[in-house]
Design a binder for this molecule. Structure first.
Ligand SMILES: Nc1ncnc2c1ncn2[C@@H]1O[C@H](COP(=O)(O)OP(=O)(O)OP(=O)(O)O)[C@@H](O)[C@H]1O
Ligand SMILES: [Mg+2]
Length: 268
């Protein structure tokens, strides 16, 4: 009996380049889907740096983590923590040994399998990934419906895009034929700089090659973005009038429109 059971839409934020806004965007997306659209959201930190849990106000030590779940030391339900925004599974440095520890033949599907008991409890599952293309990112690609690629306007941020595309293509071929790239989101954006305009153009070319698009909304730069995680608050609660709050809100509207059947619903 599968009638009536709705499975969560799983979105992973990915880019092997560091510091491009994966965690910031994961945190804003998870919090915004709850705050503006009343969605039930589970945020999963798949990065050994553990920043997502921290950003959402959690202590990442002394609790069950995604590492415990993926290594069979805890049930997924035991690792889920409630926050003011959404449910969260934290990560910590132990996850950095995943490449060596995940040795079973189903090593690429550990996250997908772990999620099965809870995937119908949520509208969205948002996964933050490490700045790498490794077994952790592969686990995210194996279970995601959509990938979102944050990109910062630095010339170096375009290096490695070919490798990213190849990894996504190979994941489609071998692990997850349905895997869709929802779009590229430009972060730390300053329209006035020539570089930003050039990078936008390049991102549009990359998007074309990947069969996806660049989100209409870019996320502008503001120091408030760096300050919010230290308070364990979402950018929307910490600095509601800052430019990135407005930009992320519009970006989330795009995400909702592209992924949800009830796209026309009003923002609260
Ligand atoms: N719109 C923005 N304006 C200003 N600073 C930003 C913005 N977005 C992100 N940052 C800052 O850039 C840094 C990197 O962001 P973030 O941690 O989200 O990137 P990341 O891709 O998750 O990095 P890593 O690859 O290390 O996991 C952080 O210090 C963050 O506060
Ligand atoms: Mg990060």
């Amino acid at each position: 009996m599968n009638g009536g059971i709705i499975l969560a839409t799983i979105i992973a934020l990915t880019n092997q380049k560091g510091g491009v806004g994966k965690t910031t965007t994961s945190s804003a997306l998870a919090a915004g889907l709850v705050s503006f659209y009343n969605k039930k959201v589970l945020a999963i930190d798949l990065d050994p740096q553990g920043s997502l849990g921290f950003s959402l106000g959690l202590d990442i030590e002394d609790c069950r983590s995604i590492h415990d779940v993926l290594t069979g030391q805890a049930l997924i339900q035991e690792a889920i923590q409630e926050t003011d925004y959404c449910d969260v599974i934290t990560s910590n440095i132990l996850l950095s040994s995943a490449e060596l520890e995940f040795t079973s033949s189903d090593r690429q599907f550990l996250l997908k399998k772990a999620l099965q008991p809870v995937v119908s409890n949520y509208d969205y599952i948002v996964i933050d990934t490490p700045p790498a293309l490794n077994i952790l990112t592969v686990n995210a690609y194996a279970c995601a419906n959509h990938l979102i690629i944050p990109m910062a306007p630095e010339i170096l941020s375009l290096l490695g895009v070919t490798q990213l595309k190849e990894t996504i293509d190979s994941a489609r071929e071998t692990l997850n034929p349905q895997l869709n790239v929802l779009g590229i989101i430009l972060t730390k954006f300053n329209k006035r700089t020539l570089l930003a305009r050039e990078v936008k153009e390049m991102a549009e070319n990359v998007a074309l090659q990947m069969g996806t698009c660049v989100f209409e909304n870019q996320i502008r730069t503001s120091v408030s973005v760096a300050e919010a995680p230290a308070h364990g608050l979402s950018i929307f609660d910490h600095s509601p009038s800052a430019k990135p709050s407005e930009d992320y809100k519009n970006f989330i509207h795009e995400v909702i429109t592209m992924t949800s059947a009830e796209a026309s619903q009003e923002v609260k």
